[in-house]
Structures are given as C-alpha cells and as structure tokens.
Design a protein around this ligand. Sequence first.
Ligand code: ADP
Ligand code: GLC
Length: 485
Amino acid sequence: MPLKVVFATSEVVPFAKTGGLADVSGALPNYLKKKDVDISVFMPNYGTIKHFDFKIEPIEGMKNIPIRLGSKVTTYSVFKGKIPNSDVDVYLIDNPYYFHRGKIYTQDSDEDERFILLQRAILETVQRLEWKVDIFHCNDWQTALIPIYIKTTYKWDKLFENTKTLLSIHNMAYQGVFGGNSFLKLNLDSSLMQKEGELEYFGNVNFLKGGILYADAISTVSPTYANEIQTPEYGSNLDEILRRRAGRISGILNGVDYDVWSPEKDELIPFKFDKTDLSGKVECKKYILEQAELDYDPNVPVLGIVSRLTSQKGLKLISEIIFDLMELDIRILILGSGEKPLEEFFRKAANTFPNKIAFHTGFNNELAHLIEAGSDMFLMPSSYEPCGLNQIYSLKYGTIPIVRKTGGLADTVQQFMPKTGKGNGFVFEEFSSHQLYWTIRFALKTYGNLVDWSKIVQNAMSEDFSWDKSADEYLNLYKTMQMFY
Ligand code: ADP
Ligand code: GLC
C-alpha cells in the first residue's frame, strides 16, 4: 500500500507565492508522487488564484461546511485542481471572507483565525473523505496546530489511529504568536495555555511552539539549520523547546525544480545556455543591462540580488559599505520588496549611482529569472538562512554566489580555492560589512582571472541539487515515523 500523505501549506507555486516555501510546496509533492507516495496538497483558496487558468473546480458535496472558531461558527467549501505539470491533487479551502484579501499574509487582527480555519477545515475535509492518512506533513506555523488537533480534538476518530505528523520548519523567526485571547478560538483544553503549557508563550499563544512539542517528528530545510536552531543565537527563543525534542529533529536540504530553474530549460529568459556553451549567458547579461539602462562591459561584473527585503537577508551590510562598493568597477541589480527602510535605501542608492545600480521593487518572477541568468555573481549575506533557494538556483546559471556561512548557505556553497581549483562560490563567516567587502573584493579578483573564473563557473554549473535525493530523504523519514509510538 502506498503511503497516504497530506501536505498542508500556506503557499504553493504557481498559485500563490511570497518566498521559498511556495517553491518547495510546488515541487516536493510531485517528486514524492513519482516515488509512489499517495500525496495531496492542501492550501487556502486565496482570491488571487485564477481558477479558470488552472482548471480548479468546486467539489460536489463539499460546500458551506460549518466550522467552529471559538464561539463563532463560519463555513468553508473545498475546490480541487492539480499542480501544473504533475499528477498531484491540490485541495483549496475556500472562505472568501478570510482568504480573499489581496495578499497571502496580512497584519489584520484576525490573522490567527484565518489559519485556524485552514487547519480545522483540512482535518474536517480529510474526515469527510474518509482518508486513513499515514502522515500529515505540516509546514511552518500556519499548519503547526494540526499535530495538536490530531492528538486531542480528533483523537476519538479511529481514522487517525495510526496517523503521524511531521512539522517542517522553514523559518524559526515566524512563529504565529497571538494575544492570549486567541486561545479561545482554538477550542482546545485550557491546560495547553497554563503557564508553561505547550501553547503558552509569555502570556501569548505560540502556534509553532505547540507544533514543535506535539509533532511526531520535526524537520528543517538544511542540516546546518537543524543544529543552529537548537542554540540561543538561532533558536528565536524556542531553542530550549527544540532541544527537548532533539532526538526527533532532522535537516533535509531543499531541492531545486530544474525544469523551472535551469538555463537550458528556463522559459522566462530570452537566451538559453548550458555549461558547454555560455554565449547565451552573455546575451542575457547584455539584455538585462539594457533593460536596467546600465552599460554593458564584458570586464565589469554584474552582482545580482533577488530577495525579500527583511533583516534576515543581511542587506544592511551592503548599506554600510555602499560608498566603498561604488568605488569598484561593478554593476548591481536588485529585485526585492519588503521592509520600507531597506526599500528606501536601495531606491536612494539607485538614484545616487544611476550608472551602477538598478533597483526594481515588487514581486516579479520573470525578472527574478532574468537576474539569475544575466548576473555574474549573486549576493546573499544572510544573518541566518534556513535553506535559501536563490544561491542554489544561481549555481546552475553559473552566477557565482557570495554568501555568509550559515544554514543552507553553508551546506550548498563552498569557498573557491584558486590553488586547488575547488569550490563553487565565495563564503564569509562573521556577520560584518567588513568581511562582506573583502569577500566581494576577492570575488572580483577571481573574475579578473579568466582561467579561475571559468573553473568556478564550471564547478557551480555541475552541481546537482535536484529534488530527487531530498525526496528520498523525506520518504525515509515518513517510513521511520511510522515506527514511532
Ligand atoms: P525566502 O523563502 O527566505 O524568501 P529563498 O531563497 O528560499 O528565500 O526563496 C526565495 C524565493 O522567492 C525564490 O524563488 C526567489 O526567486 C523568490 N523571490 C524573492 N523575492 C522576489 C521578488 N521580489 N520577485 C520575484 N521573486 C522573488
Ligand atoms: C524560508 C527560508 C528559506 C528557505 C525557504 C524554503 O522562507 O527563509 O531559507 O529556503 O523557507 O524552505
């Protein structure tokens, strides 16, 4: 019998995306399906999802199902479609009031209700479908309560007798913390909210904490991050809770969907290329510089950034050395949106140095692909990075990553050594602008040496981080979990 898995998530490419979680949710289930796992994806039916384009349809008999959120009763309906180019079913939980808000995450005062509804609705739907689920694979705080519900509210149901829960943590900094009153919306036993109860967190409710304590297993998206989060520096105040579960924590590196992110197949770039013929990369560089209204010069490297603009990504280090960087012969292309001060900084920098910097704000998938293809180097000086996908995409496009040695960046990028010719990027350890600056200088020096540069580009483009291997690791984990009691 194939394993029956429900993959619960708040974002999935191509339906809804803010970051890497969507890329993972849109690819991993497909690779598991190919390994004979009977997997279905569950997510909210955001108002921005185009049903017609994706052939998404309502499910008969799954309309206006009542659900209780504290003392309030609301309803939900279920739609169904497929993840494009796959055989994976996706079930979309619909409630226009909660999910048609123009964006995936909000600052609204009922943000907790939106994701409590999602999780209760997933469980109720699975019950109605009478699925004997082997594994609920949950992702981040938005689905971290499922392990609790399975072991409390739904414990009576024989359907879930042998069900196990896996919580994958993509980012410890987002925990789903809400005021104490939020607990009343959960319809759970009050002991969970007593001082030091599983959901209690300085008088507030913490969804992720509860998930960590109740899940049968916990995974994070790189081996290094799995260790880091058990330390005070990276644990975002939950390191002690994580250490309690140390035996059940593992790290599985994210993979890449090379059908989408590789220069030989990429549908969004104007010139394709591969490691045996890089002429298309030169054309992409010319093309994107023209778009950005910057001059092309083969001797001048382009440094790319595609990022959520948050403190996690370490971009303030760039702001600290911007004047020193502008004395170097480089171009910088930035695509990002997020925190206003960072947006403001990049906007100002581009205005001050219009011949060297171009900044585009907003979310633009096509431009993200173009920057990967047309840049020579990719900057990711993150203060922490659970996995990071852009540096892995960069490798395949021969766009050499410059990264800080943390989390998944440490697991995927190795310092280039001119003497041995080994290494696929440039790495610095201490989170300081000084270190970043000298690492960029070293990268520029290497760029100036044709032999070294072509070696590093070949090393990078030869790397293989396809999902296949990581999907095997998840499959092994699912099987191991079945033996837990
Ligand atoms: P995180 O999930 O922390 O944002 P990752 O590196 O894992 O970081 O994944 C980021 C994903 O989001 C990548 O696919 C990247 O191309 C994409 N991305 C980030 N910002 C933008 C943007 N402004 N426009 C388009 N894509 C973006
Ligand atoms: C998070 C992390 C990122 C990771 C992504 C997908 O957004 O910040 O490092 O790659 O999730 O797992």
